[in-house]
Write a protein that binds this ligand. Structure first.
Ligand code: ADQ
Length: 842
């Protein structure tokens, strides 16, 4: 049955659906066919929807505007109807393409995703080439979408990215189409396995990779296992909210659906081929053929298979002259050394076995190194007694399915590796672990000697399943995931994760924050508690957030600190809640509720430079920009500057910073000057925790940190393994040290509410008065400010009063000396953050 799509389709794959070659007679470009499952299934939909196909032609064309030849009038293949105007060839410089294709796709992703990390190379320059080539594919895809918006006004094109070559293109396409106001749907399908988190985390840029894939709306893998591996990685590496049941991942406020879509074959076409194909010539009428058909690749387990066959002949000499192993191997990646070595190894093995067992009329192994025609292939499938499909790892494996479809005569037996995706659904095959040579040989023997009724029964079930779930079924299932089905099988409502709710935090914090926890809540202000506003004065905390925060501030054993880039006085007046710690200027000034003030000293020379910088920046200000004086720092804001003026203004500002000799710290639409000392929000967070709870704070306190800014990453890194950290972000591609991502300040509010509910059974102290600060200078307090069982009740210093009472001016060295002097209080129950987000780096 033909499949229709309601949207015109742009297929983006490494290769076009045909190769370009040169006609030896005319010297002109011609189309050469490459018939694979993907082309057979997808090309007709592109033809029918008048869509487009973006891909590499197989030739390094000098000219970007080369004319793609039309199909030969006698062409019967699935791409015959694809006009040259529907093809967008990607031309990339040969060296760059080689770095992307061989250097990254084949040398890194292919082995890694097949769970063979020892073979994988991780090279920054090849990854950079991958980025570049993906950007070029993205550029041409946007062009394709633009073209479709003209030819199909009102339609929403469906961009379908294929395979491990295209994992970084989605976000670029999305951003550009958003900019141009071009609505699209975007999907990705991976043809190879998606490995477990243990493997994915080996890739040094795993976060970028995962976010690249998440740029799509619908992501397809062959089988459920790969989907769950991917979901697991999104949760553990990116801290995304996920729903395993519905297979949903939330990223940047978008819900991405993850779909098991087992690819298949054009079943009827193979049946037709098998019915017409000529008979395979055998040595004698009783000879049984054992068949292997693969690309010559180390994942396909050819060496293991031949070893098992050798073992079989040693165990069962009666099979000599009665069984022939026919191995067809398509040359693949022949310019790569590893593949050349594999070929040599196979040649030698086959030579040795044939030398050992051959008789004048018979050789045990027939080896075809090359492509065979579809007719020939169908004949091999049909006339073989046993197909041995035993990859060490394989996304799906179509050969197993093609063999089954072609079993139109005497039923044969399929031997299948459980490490192929096909293994999870083709239950009636004989499953064998290719690494267990003895058992492998025994399984081949069992297949060769299986009674006809059992063969018939097994093959009948296998064929029925493949006939029903053929490649059109796969395509229809895919279109359903993107709501593009036009026939009666209209899709059910697409899954969506509900907006983040309080309950969701049970997963993040449930085991870490209990009713009896002593809690430290460290948060940034702008973009975390208060939504970002055009001007800092307008960034107000929502009333509800203020109320919850106030109530939390009055709870026993809850300590709150706001660590902001604003000046301390400013953030204090914006929040205006008593009983909490305020850290301003990225932690350079810290005011505790009891009035203790910490100020990190700054060099005099810097103060002079800062004054000069302030003056010069004020001089270059245009409408919409302004200079914020933060005491130990300044911020040059340009958020409100009209778009066309931003580039020249920021360039000018950068020049001023450079001339004055102060490095720029970039924050959200602002350039900041900060004191040239190694003190950041991370050091400040640790300082606050140590001051409040003593040296062993980590053992006794459950700490939560939330922030939205680059500067908050310092705290997330410093607190790694000692706190649960959240990054508020909507960015499509962001590297973070945080354990979890939150989409908005609303989600932060939900978190605060969850905490309030969790700790709700605690009674607030009378008049909200209780102590939560260990004043380090006043009493040299060596014990923690309060223990889990007996909270201290000391009267609180009015934090609204001027913070002059206990001022400490210390530098890094003094600070560390001070910390070293603090006695370590008795250890109590260890409090480490929950396990889930384990990270390899950062
Ligand atoms: P491949 O690794 O190429 O595909 P596979 O699924 O087995 O593996 O497909 C091979 C195709 O090549 C089959 O259609 C087969 O007929 C054809 N073929 C093999 N040998 C041939 C020969 N000598 N002559 C002519 N044709 C030959 C990747 C993944 C797989 C996944 C597919 C589809 O690695 O796991 O099943 O994509 O998603």
């Amino acid at each position: 049955m033909k499949v229709h799509s309601t949207s015109p389709m742009v297929v983006v794959a490494n290769r076009l659906p045909f190769r370009l070659g040169t006609d030896p007679k005319t010297g002109k470009l011609i189309r050469l066919q490459c018939a694979g499952g993907l082309v057979t299934a997808v090309a007709p939909v592109v033809v029918e929807t008048q869509g487009l196909w973006v891909g590499w032609s197989g030739l390094h064309l000098e000219d970007n505007n080369v004319e793609i030849p039309e199909a030969d009038p006698n062409d019967q293949t699935p791409t015959a109807g694809l006009k040259s105007s529907q093809v967008i060839p990607v031309t990339v410089h040969k060296k760059l393409f080689d770095d992307y294709y061989n250097g990254c796709c084949n040398a890194t992703f292919w082995p890694l995703f097949h769970s063979m990390p020892d073979r994988a190379l991780f090279q920054a320059d090849k990854w950079e080439a991958y980025r570049e080539v993906n950007a070029e594919f993205a550029r041409l895809t946007v062009m394709a979408v633009q073209r479709l918006s003209e030819t199909h006004p009102g339609s929403v094109p469906l961009v379908w990215l294929h395979d491990y070559h295209m994992m970084l293109a989605a976000n670029t396409i999305r951003e550009k189409c958003d900019e141009l106001n071009l609505p699209i749907k975007m999907a990705f399908f991976l043809h190879i396995p998606f490995p477990s988190w243990d493997i994915v985390r080996l890739f040094p840029w795993d976060d970028e990779l995962l976010q690249g894939i998440l740029g799509c709306d619908s992501i397809g893998f062959h089988i459920e296992d790969y989907c769950l591996n991917f979901i697991d990685c999104c949760q553990r590496r990116l801290g995304c909210r996920v729903d395993r049941q519905q297979m949903l991942v939330e990223h940047n406020s978008r819900t991405v659906t993850i779909n098991p879509l087992p690819i298949s074959i054009p079943y009827d076409r193979f049946v037709e081929l098998a019915e017409k194909a000529p008979q395979v010539v055998k040595n004698n009428p009783h000879e049984q053929l054992l068949l292997g058909v693969d690309r010559l690749d180390y994942t396909k387990g050819l060496v293991h298979r031949i070893k098992a066959f050798e073992t079989l002949l040693n165990k069962h000499p009666e099979l000599i002259e009665r069984v022939t192993f026919l191995q067809v191997a398509v040359p693949s990646r022949t310019d790569v050394k590893e593949y050349q070595e594999l070929k040599e190894e196979l040649d030698q093995m086959i030579g040795r076995i044939n030398g050992q067992f051959s008789t004048p009329n018979w050789s045990p192994i027939r080896y075809i190194y090359g492509c065979v025609s579809q007719d020939q292939l169908a004949a091999f499938y049909r006339d073989s007694s046993v197909a041995v499909v035993t990859p060490l790892r394989d996304g799906m494996n179509l050969v197993a399915k093609e063999f089954v479809a072609c079993q139109t005569g005497e039923p044969g037996v399929l031997i299948l590796s459980p490490f192929a995706g096909a293994g999870s659904s083709m239950h009636e095959a004989l499953h064998v672990n290719p690494y267990e040579t003895n058992e492998f040989a025994d399984t081949i023997y069992r297949a060769l000697t299986m009674p006809k009724d059992e063969r018939e029964l097994r093959m009948k079930h296998l064929r029925r399943r493949e006939r029903e779930f053929d490649v059109n079924f796969w395509l229809r299932s895919f279109l359903k995931t993107v709501d593009c089905l036009s026939d009666e099988e209209k899709s059910a409502a697409l899954g969506r994760l509900l907006p983040m709710r309080e309950e969701d935090f049970t997963e993040f914090l449930g085991s870490y924050v209990t009713e009896s926890s002593r809690l430290a809540l460290l948060m940034d202000y702008d973009g975390t508690l208060a939504p970002i506003a055009p001007h800092p004065d307008l960034a107000e905390m929502p009333a509800e957030t203020r109320r919850v925060l106030e109530r939390l501030a009055h709870m026993p054993d809850v300590n709150i600190a706001i660590i902001s880039g604003r000046s301390m006085a400013n953030v204090r007046s914006m929040v205006g809640i008593e009983g909490i710690t305020y850290a301003g200027n990225h932690g350079f000034e810290i005011l505790h509720p009891d009035g203790t003030l910490f100020m990190h000293p700054v060099p005099h020379e810097y103060e002079v430079q800062l004054e000069a910088l302030k003056k010069r920046l004020e001089e270059i200000c245009v409408e919409g920009s302004w200079v914020e004086n933060k005491g130990t720092g300044i911020a040059f804001h340009y958020r409100e500057v009209p778009g066309e003026k931003v580039t020249s203004l920021t360039a000018e500002a950068q020049k001023v910073f450079k001339e004055v000799g102060i490095p720029i710290h970039e924050s959200q639409c602002a350039f900041e000057a900060r004191p040239p000392v190694t003190w950041d929000k991370g050091s400040a967070a640790i300082y606050i925790l140590r001051t409040l709870f003593g040296l062993d704070w980590c053992d006794r306190v459950s700490t939560i940190f939330a922030g939205d800014d680059k500067t908050d990453e310092d705290a997330m890194r410093s607190l790694q393994g000692m706190a649960v950290t959240f990054r508020v972000t909507r960015s499509q591609n962001l590297r973070t040290a945080a354990m979890h991502r939150l989409p908005s300040t609303d989600a932060v509010l939900s978190m605060l509410k969850w905490i309030e509910r969790r700790l709700g059974s605690r009674l607030p102290h009378v008049n909200g008065v209780r102590s939560r600060t260990a004043s380090m200078s006043s009493n040299g307090n060596r014990s923690p400010p309060h223990s889990p069982t007996t909270p201290h009740c000391r009267s609180r210093t009015n934090s609204r009063s001027e913070p002059s009472k206990q001022m400490m001016l210390i530098n890094d060295k003094l600070y560390h000396q001070y910390i070293a002097k603090l006695a370590s209080p008795a250890r109590s129950a260890s409090r480490s953050p929950p396990q889930s987000p384990t990270r390899s780096t950062m």
